[in-house]
Design a protein around this ligand. Structure first.
Ligand SMILES: [Zn+2]
Length: 323
């Protein structure tokens, strides 16, 4: 099966191009709905959008799901990216997304350069009131490290998700004070599950600390590091794949050689970004019987954040245990 290459980081330029279109569409939609509500008292004809509960817009369904877990039925969530197989060119021109942003009461973005389109769309939508939760900022990580590049995939870091959850409770309780107890209760349940995930990372670490791992992109790195694994992939390789540039031949050889040398015990492979060079790495791993654990940037169909991360950790643990 050929999967469509999908990487959120690479969506930004077309989004930029389409911003003026979406802004215009949203302005039109807003003008229309404003007009309709002003002229009709009974039988309002506004489209039945996310008007029940606190309106939250998240850049991806990962954050959308976390918001839903905390907000429960007191919130309505719109995720801008909500389908791993969706053509990235389709969602940008979606005037409904823009409209959702213009009416959002709370916005969640990853930050760290991952989803810059959120704030651009937000200012195009002229929404100055909605607080914006930025996961990269909330993480407290140094986003301009002296060495290497900041890994912006912070939703693979459970302590960050824990902090984000606390922020969600604060913001939601301020917007909807009546729901405060319910938000706190939901957060408690969610945090128990997060703690279980962190425990599983510790269990893996107890058995496999120091084992070498290979990646195609930095996507799962926070999880691998927490599980005690050591990333052996040449930085030049994963950065080139992340940025969509060609990997130099010597770097590619160095990357594939790590499988035959027995240096790495597992390849954690970003399923959503595949190309000729990552395919070569995949083949090299398979040829050397190194187990492959697929990961993604957004929620697989039918899963929520906790079940998704549980699947990821089970797959990692299984691969390392030779199961
Ligand atoms: Zn990525």
């Amino acid at each position: 099966m050929t999967r469509m290459t999908f990487d959120l980081e690479r969506l930004t330029p077309p989004v930029k191009k389409l911003l003026s279109i979406t802004a215009l569409a949203a302005a039109t939609a807003l003008a229309l709905s404003g007009c309709a509500s002003a002229s009709t008292d009974a039988g309002a004809t506004d489209a039945p959008t996310n008007d029940s509960g606190v309106r939250i817009v998240a850049s991806t369904d990962v954050y959308g799901d976390i918001a839903k877990q905390i907000g429960g039925d007191r919130v309505s969530v719109t995720s801008i990216i909500d389908d791993p197989d969706k053509d990235p060119h389709e969602y940008e021109a979606d005037a409904r997304t823009q409209l959702s942003l213009s009416k959002a009461q709370l916005v969640i973005e990853n930050g760290g350069g991952y989803d810059d389109f959120v704030e651009k769309m937000l200012s195009a939508a002229d929404n100055k009131v909605a607080p914006v939760l930025n996961a990269a900022d909330i993480s407290g990580f140094d986003q301009k490290p002296a060495e290497g590049e900041f890994n912006e995939h912070v939703w693979y870091d459970f302590p960050t998700v824990q902090k984000l959850t606390d922020e969600l409770v604060n913001q939601l309780s301020a917007i909807d004070p009546e729901g405060a107890t319910s938000y706190e209760k939901n957060a408690e349940t969610f945090e128990v599950q997060l703690t279980a995930l962190e425990q599983q990372e510790k269990d893996i670490k107890a058995s496999f600390a120091g084992a070498g791992a290979a990646i195609t992109e930095p996507v799962p790195l926070y999880m691998l590091t927490a599980a005690g694994l050591v990333n052996k992939t040449p930085t030049a390789f994963s950065e080139a794949i992340e940025e969509g540039t060609d990997v130099p031949a010597d770097v590619l050889k160095q990357t594939t050689d790590q499988f035959s040398s027995g240096e790495v015990k597992v390849l954690v492979y970003n399923e959503q970004t595949s190309g000729a060079q990552t395919e070569l790495v995949l083949t090299a791993a398979k040829d050397s019987k190194v187990p492959v654990v697929p990961v993604t940037e957004t929620l697989p169909a039918g899963s929520d954040y906790i079940s998704w991360m549980t699947t990821n950790l089970n797959a990692l643990q299984g691969a390392l245990s030779g199961k």
